[in-house]
Ligand binder design. Structure first.
Ligand SMILES: [Zn+2]
Length: 152
């Protein structure tokens, strides 16, 4: 019986998840109202953590649309990509145009420490709060469509 000498795995502990996220692909939609609950959204700064293929970690402190009721962060894709290009140009120019994933947020102080190199990328990942979920919203463009099939 050696139950008491149970070894703890060197666990990479990720933080608890925070927020829902929506990357807004619509250039002409500001989402001043939440696409889910239609409440007015506010502007809030969030430190977004973005993984760029193959292995560059970018963090951006950015004003985002935010619905406090749904805990939903909305970021315009074109705005994000513009910032991402700037960061990649300075830090990892060969990753520009690669696939990327916005996977969470981090505290402002951790973001600062990451910028100044006080914490490593590995450490930064550990301090990231992953999103609870990533949502997608379809916006119906104006105009007419073929009639949808109505279920009886
Ligand atoms: Zn909402």
């Amino acid at each position: 019986m050696s139950g008491r000498s149970k070894k703890y795995e060197s666990q990479i502990k990720t933080k608890e998840s925070h927020h829902y996220f929506f990357l807004n692909p619509y250039e002409d939609m500001a989402f001043t109202r939440c696409p889910k609950c239609e409440e007015k959204t506010k502007i809030r700064k969030h430190c977004l953590v973005i993984h760029v293929e193959p292995k560059f970690l970018a963090s951006i402190n950015k004003s985002c649309r935010y619905c406090s009721k749904c805990d939903l962060i909305i970021v315009k894709q074109t705005d994000l990509e513009r910032l991402l290009v700037t960061i990649c140009e300075q830090n990892a120019p060969d990753t520009i145009g690669n696939e990327y994933l916005v996977f969470g947020t981090m505290d402002r102080k951790d973001w600062k420490n990451g910028l100044t190199g006080k914490i490593s990328q590995q450490e930064a990942i550990k301090r990231t709060y992953p999103f609870k979920d990533v949502w997608k919203f379809e916006v119906s463009p104006g105009g007419w469509y073929p009639e949808k099939q109505v279920e009886a």
